[in-house]
Design a protein around this ligand. Sequence first.
Ligand code: AGP
Length: 615
Amino acid sequence: MCGIVGYISNESEATPFLLQGLSSLEYRGYDSAGIAVIGAEGYIGVHKSAGRLETLREKIKKSDLRGTVGIGHTRWATHGRPTVDNAHPHFDCQEEIAVVHNGIVENFPALRQRLEENGHHFSSQTDTEIISHMVEDEIKQGLTLEAATRATLARLEGAMSVLIGSTHDPDNLVAFRKGNAGGLVVGYGDGEMFITSDMPALPASTIQVVHLRNGEGVTLSSEEARFWDIDGQSIFQEPRRVSQDPVAVAKNGYKHFMLKEMFEQSNVVADVMSGRVDLDVADLKLEELASLNDKLSDIERVVLTACGSSLHAAMVGQRYIESISGIHAEVELASELRYRDIQLGPKTLVVSVTQSGETVDTLAAMDLAQQAHALQITLTNAMESQSARIADGIIDLRAGLEIGVASTKTFVSSLVSLYLLAIHLGRLKGTLTKNQVNSLTQDLAHLPALVSSIQDHAREYEEIARFFARSNAFTFIGRGYSYPIALEGALKLKELAYIQAEGYAGGEMKHGPIALVDENMPTFAIALRGRLFSKMLSNIEEILARDGKVIALVCEGDERLVNKVDHVISIPDLSTHLSPILASIPLQLFAYHIGVLRGSDVDQPRNLAKSVTVE
Ligand code: AGP
């Protein structure tokens, strides 16, 4: 997924905002970057660079880019390698039209061939570049920049967000959102207007915004924003008041955003519960779902869907729903669900988990559910996102801005939110007595403090991480609720330390993976108290018998593994349901420290993006 910024003013230079905005969006993708500034003398100044934004910043320092209108882009490569030539903005043959783009033009090969046959010459391998040449042809037919953009977008297939500036119309910028390829938000200034992929790129002083919806375009001047649809019909959009908390964006003294966000988890858990859990009477109320309660009472099956870390949360949610509410629940990767012939209908509740609310596979799975008239609830950290617009009900993850690409506090918030949903469903279905609701709710009382207490052991996890910082492979195993947590621990090590790490259900080890075990293959075994502990003990014995190193994650006070394994990490002993939430935190910190020890950029790991808006 890429980051887009645009600026138009009647007097201030564009470059400073473009660079600042791109810096705030680097978490969305950082293979290459570029800006184009439309100068008063009818020219477009442009600078692009491969790699990080800092390279571009250094280039620009040595130049004199002047102009009060400009666009910028930070790229996560889909078509074409992350080179300078493939960096955005892209231009037409006359270099009078500059385009930045997020998403994929699915029919670009045929369009490019036709453009080349008509004499257009290309300077990149990207799909984006065809947009500038198509707009060029439309403008040659006498269309305005806005009309030329509409005519071009009408011929493009796929999901995309596009921003265009041109010397043909130096007093305007034109943008359009088609499908679910990452949003565009317009920020209102005083004699200046902003447009960006995401809120963090807007100036902290911005207090009025409009989020472009699917199928909407906007023409920006320095004084106004004019919204329209693909047919050119005007659309009324009421700006929404917002307040950007600059502190939230700062690192607050932590070395990395990810570390800051991990240490916010105790507060996030409390925020998720606030107004929903009444600990005085040990009761739960999800007001945001009140309008759906009658329909929720009739559902017969729950299908959860997500990607990545959110999928692992959904797997825990599946177990919550079936064991707490007694409703059949299944979970499917969104990238698979969207292509399955799965039977969904009005008696099915589809629950999507997506912190960004913009993951294209998850949105596609939601579209499938919508076509099948299934009831939908989405858990998201972005209430203005596309997933929030599609679902019938929304549970706000309330995690606050998460800059670190690897999700931590949004993952923990998803687990707590799914636990609340399971209790809510159980009560509606009548499968939970009032006492059971009280007990399940009461267990939450200790969660924020226990999350914080685990984080007090961060130094201990760092010491253990030092033993394994040079490992080239890692296995994570768990059972029941801890199996998805093992998968999440492996994913965190992959994405933060670039180590080949795999998570397995403990019961699966003997069916092949144990062949991997030797003195060079450490295993992180989640062996919490409960009916599955003895099974995990067997797994650990089998690994130790083959000289495997073992880090055991156990409940405080459980000494059964202390003299058997190489390292023990203990977490407070909470209920079976809530222990996975606590277990995920040491795994996050373990992966974080190994990533730092190996010199990874843990806030912006290579090849990743915070929200994957391409297939
Ligand atoms: C987060 O650590 C992962 N990098 C990634 O797998 C993420 O969970 C996945 O892309 C889903 O994102 P979403 O929650 O925004 O849909």
